[in-house]
Design a binder for this molecule. Structure first.
Ligand SMILES: [Fe+2]
Length: 317
């Protein structure tokens, strides 16, 4: 398969402070070069007998394929990022303010990242991350470090070929010129498309239906705020006897004997119960408590999740 050339997206003659000669050279030599390399690598990969290809040959080609493909994609985004008047649309201004505190704060980070790459090379990208439904500025070296699962919306090319012809070593002037020319309407359209991408599917435990769960962070916040929470460690007896650590603030109760100890709990205060990973044992215990009229929830991720988030634990005597 051959990768197709994308026409230059911005109108180069309309850019303010970026010369036609610079943009043309960038598009023809650097974007075009990456695309031509990509097609040559693809052709070579298609001709390989993988069973007979040494690992180092395949490694080298796949690495070069990644660099060329990502360089192609990021250059297309770079040219599509230009051609506007540098003023964020209302939608983008709201989104930037939500995730960075203010548009100015976003801008100062993005610009500083570009300036910091002066003398080096790489990309500065504004990326939407569906998992967290938020925007983040990222640095990408080697054309190949785009955030996994992220969707780049705005790309600033900080390789020397992007500015040297017009600005020499004056990186700051180039970054300022780029910012003046950002096409925020196009960024907003890409953002609108990115918002339609669903986050990765959550863990579903169908057997427990609508049983409410709470995240580790939320539980920690409840405990830290001093709210009365009955925090129950319901890991199986055999498991607890093998390990030393117990979550700070939790009381261990044998999940096999829930009907014996539930009478000691208060029905007016919430109960959070967890097992090792947040699967069956904790959920079953929470179900038993709810059936008996307690306001019980299970903690998602369980004991392991708590430790993974760096929650405090203590050693059992
Ligand atoms: Fe470039």
């Amino acid at each position: 398969m051959r990768y197709q050339l994308k026409p230059i997206f911005c109108r180069p003659w309309l850019l303010n402070g970026l010369s036609l000669k610079l943009i043309e050279s960038h598009y023809e030599n650097n974007y075009g070069g990456a695309l031509r390399r990509l097609n040559a690598i693809t052709e070579q990969l298609e001709s390989l007998d993988f069973a007979k290809t040494p690992g180092y040959v395949l490694n080298g080609l796949k690495r070069e394929e990644l660099v060329a493909l990502n360089s192609t994609l990021l250059h297309e985004l770079y040219f599509a990022s230009l051609g506007g008047e540098g003023k964020p649309t209302r939608t983008m201004a709201d989104a930037l303010a939500r995730d960075f505190g203010s548009v100015d704060r976003w801008r100062s980070e993005f610009v500083a990242m570009g300036n910091a790459l002066g003398g080096g090379s790489g990309w500065v990208l504004l990326v939407y991350v569906p998992r967290d439904r938020r925007l983040v500025n990222q640095f990408a070296a080697e054309h190949s470090q785009v955030l996994a699962g992220g969707i780049p919306l705005l790309a600033l090319d900080m390789y020397e070929h992007a500015y040297h012809m017009d600005f020499g070593a004056n990186v700051k002037a180039y970054v300022d010129a780029f910012m003046r020319n950002v096409d925020w309407k196009a960024v907003a359209e890409r953002y609108e498309d990115a918002l339609r991408v669903e986050p990765p599917r959550p863990l579903v435990q169908q057997e427990f239906g609508e049983l409410p769960g709470v995240g580790v962070d939320e539980v920690k916040a409840m405990l830290d705020s001093g709210k009365p929470v009955q925090f129950i460690d319901a890991r199986p007896r055999h498991y607890v006897s093998r390990t030393q650590d117990i979550i700070e603030g939790a009381t261990w109760r044998d999940p096999e004997r829930v009907h014996e100890w539930m009478g000691e709990l208060s029905k007016s205060d919430p109960v959070v119960v967890f097992c090792v990973y947040g699967f069956h044992v904790g959920c079953r215990t929470a179900v038993a408590l709810r059936e008996a009229g307690f306001d019980a929830k299970y903690m998602k991720g369980g004991h392991s999740g708590w430790k993974a988030m760096g929650g405090p634990i203590r050693l059992q005597r």
